[in-house]
Write a protein that binds this ligand. Sequence first.
Ligand code: PMP
Length: 452
Amino acid sequence: MTPAPAHAPTLSDLIHAETRRFTAEHPRSLALSRQSAEVWRGGAPMHWMTDWASPCPVFAAQGVGAQVTDVDSRLYDDFCLADTPAMFGHGQEAVARAIADQAKRGTGFMLPTAGAVIVGRLLAERFGLPLWQMATTASDANRAAIRWARAVTGRPVILVFDGCYHGMVDDAFVTLRGGQPSMKPGLLGQVHDLTATTRVVPFNDPEALAAALAPGDVAAVLAEPAMTNCGMILPQPGFLDTLRDLTRRAGTLLIIDETHTLSTAPGGYARAHGLEPDMLVVGKAIAGGVPAAVWGVTAELSEHMDAAAARTGPGQSGIGTTLSGNALAIAAMRAMLSEVMTDAAYARMLAGAERLMTGLRGVIAARRLPWSVVHVGARVELVFAPSPPKDAAAMREALDARLLHALHLWLINRGVLIAPFHTMMLVSPVTEDAAIDRLIAAVDGFAGALEG
Ligand code: PMP
């Protein structure tokens, strides 16, 4: 960025002004927030709901398509989309119909329904793995995948990439600090040293990966094919092929977590790029936001799982959750897979993402900002670095928390929601071009305000 003139507001000035504006424009959200704090620890039913840059969360009234209205009757273009569960838009007709219909006939029975057979076939066709299980969240699915990988291989260690996030999965909360593995400070209440059984290496580092797999004690690598939870870090050309090759040679299973990268294409990133995981996890959007996740395995792995189960004898059925695979989730997933997550929907999302990237790159070029834009399909990320970092250590250096805070607050005040944790912008099939243009204009306005 060209040096800001003397009259340019500081980030603090800007944040103060935007906070005042938010407070004036959201009286009902503020009132509800105060009431909420009396009954919900931290002020909301789930603590992430208070992680927004605004002084209180916007209380949502309803979502239609790719827009949300709040309790103060303000309308937002929604590029957060519930941080992915609503990736195909809010209030999907087909899903609403399926849920209402199933709810009237019973939400779950601890029995499969005929629809489950259809959903299983749809999953196998779409993702290319033959055998599936359900969980209630992607976190649960990842934990199941890790447990099975250890059971099948008889190996204790899992390997993750620095900067990863795979949900509420303690094993994956290991990071590199000053090059040393350590548990993330946020991992409250964990009494075991997880660095003993979780190895962590930088993404896009084939040598570190090979060295970490070399002892032959790694049950599985759990990875997103493109990292989406510490900013966005794309795989360097050839890195994923190397990952597949090295894991095969080491007898290590490859678990690909497609929960976010489902934004790539109808069959996810792995399918689109010919990566052949042993296990694949998909959650969040797969049932249109009804809590549900699925994990698929190869036929070969399934046989090994049977053998591992036979070795341990009865008892594994105690590990699961009662709600998993219920009829309601199956009905919602069937509607998503057959009516919503269509090729045409993906074509619209990808075209929208293209429009957004072109616009943002235009702003960056015109204002000579030291920023860049990356994407995995319909998931676009603005990066505060001139070229996108290749690993989490570089990404952490690029991440300017105050700038991020100011941008988020600015966008909320201009009627735009993006995921609170970084600068991820999801384009749904029902996101209108005009909404994309408003987001681009808002980012341009923000950059202009910083210049003064
Ligand atoms: N995997 C990835 C890649 C994720 O980004 C997340 C959530 N952000 C999860 C798993 C966990 O999903 P959930 O919170 O629905 O369990």
